[in-house]
Design a protein around this ligand. Structure first.
Ligand code: GLU
Length: 445
């Protein structure tokens, strides 16, 4: 029997989710849903100084908005006791050793190594400390930080689901610090302990974590486990190839939603397929993205993210959206008006201006008052239907001699207050004839 897929998305609640995070979340989610697996939302909040409850809640809100449902939640801050237990085991096994260097002392060591043309790898001085030396550091009031002793020489290899065969020489890396002087945890150990305890089968994250994976593989092994399958996808860059965080600064998912008013599916449509061989298409639901998901489609080179693409997708998605998909976010708009207007909007909020055409009040644009006055006289009797516009404009043409743009534009401007917009023939029957008459006469109605 194959093992049930279990993935995790593990953001730190130290800021708002951005495009890079959501790409990670999406790839995990699409794979998981395709495999009928289970998705864990893990809040990596061991950094007490920078993590906040507000950011943790914002993460849940953003994922919910995007439709990226999760099956369970875990918070690392609830699991410190468990990490402490593991630390005792690693100490007892000789895999975790105390180091007393200050930050300054470590800097100095690195400078000397670099000066000698050597790689700045930690020299393992902590391992060589005698009990007396340790006692004297403690007597000075120094607290140790704790390093994981990498098993050397070691080459860590794995078959990455995106990057193919990977091979890392750990000799080029320092023994990683797992526990800080104040007893708090860096990311490396809690992540591995959680991945073991929650039976994670696939670790899917950006390639900036590839070196972490090499180190963490040894931590898994030190804890009697083996590493899950890894998938490291390439990073996103800005449209000009520059690092994303620099370019986008504060562009969070929250701001795309609350400030730019974008549809969740425009973000999903772009991020699910960016850097993959599938075309980026406006999707109105996640289902086709799940069906087509395959790690093999993702490129190993970086993918360019351009926020302008979100806007284009957003408009196309709205043009294809049924009223039922948007009705709970609209006021004063019914399905008739939606169907007439949807192809004229780029963002959902654009409909607010268009619905004024029907409900008013709006200020008409009147260029030639006698022309629109004449047109008002010629309005057909109510009720109007989809032939009314055609019949009316034919009558106006006959009476005034105006044709083409000179006929249609002044009528559109008077009735809608705009010089472009939805088809007038469809719009006219939705507007109260008294309102149309008033606007043709130049009144705000
Ligand atoms: N909290 C880590 C991060 O946000 C998690 C990385 C991982 O997926 O293991 O980078």
């Amino acid at each position: 029997m194959t093992e049930k897929v279990k993935v995790r998305f593990a953001p730190s609640p130290t800021g708002l989710l951005h495009v890079g995070n959501i790409r990670t979340a999406l790839v995990n989610w699409l794979f998981c849903r395709k495999m009928g697996g289970s998705f864990l939302l893990r809040i990596d909040d061991t950094d007490v100084g920078r993590s906040t409850e507000a950011f943790a809640q914002a993460i849940e809100r953003d994922l919910t908005w995007l439709g990226l449902t999760w099956d369970a939640t875990a918070r690392q801050s609830d699991r410190i006791g468990r990490y402490d237990e593991v630390v005792e085991k690693l100490k007892a096994d000789g895999r975790l050793y105390p180091c007393y260097e200050t930050g300054q002392e470590l800097d100095l060591k690195r400078k000397i190594q670099l000066g000698q043309g050597k790689p700045p790898v930690y020299d393992r001085a902590g391992l060589a400390l005698s009990d007396t030396e340790i006692a004297s550091f403690e007597a000075e009031g120094r607290k140790p930080h704790w390093r994981f002793k990498l098993a050397l020489p070691a080459r860590v290899e794995w078959d990455d689901l995106v990057k193919g065969h990977q091979s890392f020489d750990l000799a080029a890396l320092s023994d990683p610090v797992l526990v800080r002087e104040d007893g708090s945890y860096l990311y490396t150990l809690p992540s591995v302990v959680d991945d073991i305890d929650f039976a994670i089968t696939h670790i899917i994250r950006g390639e900036d974590h590839a070196a972490n994976s090499a180190v963490q593989t040894q931590v898994f092994e030190a804890l009697g486990a083996s590493a899950p399958q890894y998938a490291h996808f390439s990073l996103l860059t800005g449209a000009g190839g520059e690092g994303l965080s620099k370019r986008l600064g504060t562009a969070s998912i929250q701001s795309y939603r609350d400030e730019d008013g974008l549809e969740a599916m425009s973000i999903n449509s772009l991020l699910a397929r960016l850097g993959s061989s599938d075309p980026i298409e406006p999707m109105t639901s996640l289902a086709p993205l799940v069906d087509g998901f395959d790690f093999a489609k993702y490129s190993r080179s970086t993918a360019k993210f351009d926020p302008h693409d979100l806007e284009i997708l957003n408009a196309k998605i709205l043009h294809h959206s049924d009223f039922s998909a948007v009705s709970d976010r609209l006021e004063n708009v019914d399905d008739k008006l939606w169907n007439i207007c949807r192809s004229n909007i780029n963002k959902l909020s654009d409909i607010n201006e268009l619905q004024l055409i029907v409900k008013g009040p709006l200020e008409p644009i009147i260029g030639n008052k006698s022309f629109t006055d004449q047109a008002a006289e010629l309005l057909p009797d109510a009720p109007w239907d989809e032939t009314s516009w055609k019949n009316w404009t034919a009558a106006v043409k006959d009476t005034t001699g105006a044709k083409g743009r000179a006929l249609f534009m002044p009528l559109r401007q008077a009735i809608t207050g705009m010089d472009h917009g939805p088809e007038m023939g469809l719009l006219l029957p939705l507007i109260d004839p008294e309102i149309v008459r008033a606007r043709l006469r130049g009144k705000t109605a």
